[in-house]
Write a protein that binds this ligand. Structure first.
Ligand SMILES: C[S@@+](CC[C@H](N)C(=O)[O-])C[C@H]1O[C@@H](n2cnc3c(N)ncnc32)[C@H](O)[C@@H]1O
Length: 227
C-alpha cells in the first residue's frame, strides 16, 4: 500500500483529518473526524462495554493508531468511564510528529485540561507502555495486524482500518476470526464499517452482530459481541 502523500483537510465539524492522495482515502469521516470517532468508538464501543460489564479493567486493542485521535479521545473519556483502561494500538505506517502537529487537535480539547495534551501524547515513544494517568495506560506498536501475536485477551477492539475499497485484505474473514479469538467473552468489536461481507464474516467467526445507526453521513455501522 502507498501512503506517502498525505494532506491535512478540514472536516464538517471543524476538526481536521488526513487525506491520502494515492488511495483517495481519509483517516476519518469527512462529515466530522471528532464526531465520528466519538460516536463509533467511544459511545458505541467503550461506553457500551462499560455499561454491560462489571469488570474494573478494560483492555482495548485498536487497529490502527493513525493520527491518535481515537486513542486520545479514549484517554479523555477514561476518567468519566471509571475503569482502568489498558490501551494497545497497532500501526503499520506511523505518521510523523510534524504531520500530527499540523492537525492542531489541541485547540479542540482546551477545556479538558488533560495531564497530557495531544501534542505530548503524540510524542510518546513506540513499543513502550506509558501509564499517563492513574487509570489509563497506552502502548503503541509499529506492526501489521496480520503479524500481531498476543498472549493477552482484549475486551474491546476498535477496528479502524481504511475502507474495503482501499484495503480489502484487512477485512478478510480470517482477520475477523483473529479478532474473535483475541477477545474475552463479552468482548466487543466495533467499527464504522457496515459492509455486508464484513458483517457475514463476523457472524461466521462467531460474533453476535448488531447493525447500528451510523454517525452523520453513514446510515449504519457494525458492532460484534463475543457472547
Ligand atoms: C482509518 S485510519 C485510522 C485512523 C485512526 N484510528 C485515527 O484515529 O487517526 C487506518 C489506519 O490503519 C493503519 N493500517 C493500515 N493497514 C494496517 C495493518 N495491516 N495493520 C495495522 N495498521 C494498519 C493505517 O496506516 C492507518 O493509520
Amino acid at each position: 500500500m502507498q501512503i506517502s502523500n498525505k494532506v491535512s483537510i478540514t472536516t464538517e465539524d471543524g476538526t481536521s483529518t488526513l487525506y491520502i492522495e494515492e488511495l483517495k482515502e481519509v483517516y476519518h469521516s469527512r462529515k466530522g473526524a471528532l464526531t465520528e470517532s466519538q460516536f463509533v468508538y467511544i459511545n458505541e464501543g467503550l461506553k457500551y462495554w462499560s455499561k454491560e460489564s462489571s469488570n474494573a479493567i478494560c483492555k482495548i486493542l485498536e487497529l490502527g493508531y493513525g493520527t491518535g485521535l481515537i486513542a486520545f479521545l479514549t484517554y479523555l473519556n477514561s476518567l468519566e468511564i471509571k475503569k482502568q483502561i489498558d490501551y494497545t494500538s497497532l500501526e503499520a505506517y506511523p505518521i510523523s510528529i510534524i504531520q500530527l502537529k499540523e492537525l492542531n487537535y489541541d485547540q479542540f480539547f482546551k477545556d479538558k485540561n488533560p495531564i497530557q495534551n495531544f501534542e505530548e501524547f503524540s510524542k510518546l515513544k513506540w513499543e513502550l507502555k506509558h501509564q499517563i494517568a492513574p487509570n489509563f495506560s497506552i502502548t503503541k506498536k509499529e506492526i501489521f495486524f496480520e503479524k500481531f501475536k498476543s498472549s493477552d485477551l482484549y475486551d474491546i477492539i476498535f477496528y479502524d482500518a481504511f475502507g474495503a475499497h482501499a484495503q480489502p485484505e484487512i477485512w478478510a474473514p480470517e482477520l475477523m476470526k483473529k479478532c474473535f479469538d483475541i477477545l474475552n467473552p463479552g468482548g466487543v468489536w466495533v467499527s464504522y464499517c457496515a459492509k455486508g461481507s464484513v458483517r457475514r464474516s463476523l457472524k461466521t467467526a462467531g460474533f453476535d452482530v448488531q447493525r447500528l445507526p451510523g454517525p452523520p453521513g453513514k446510515r449504519e455501522m457494525l458492532r460484534g459481541i463475543k457472547t
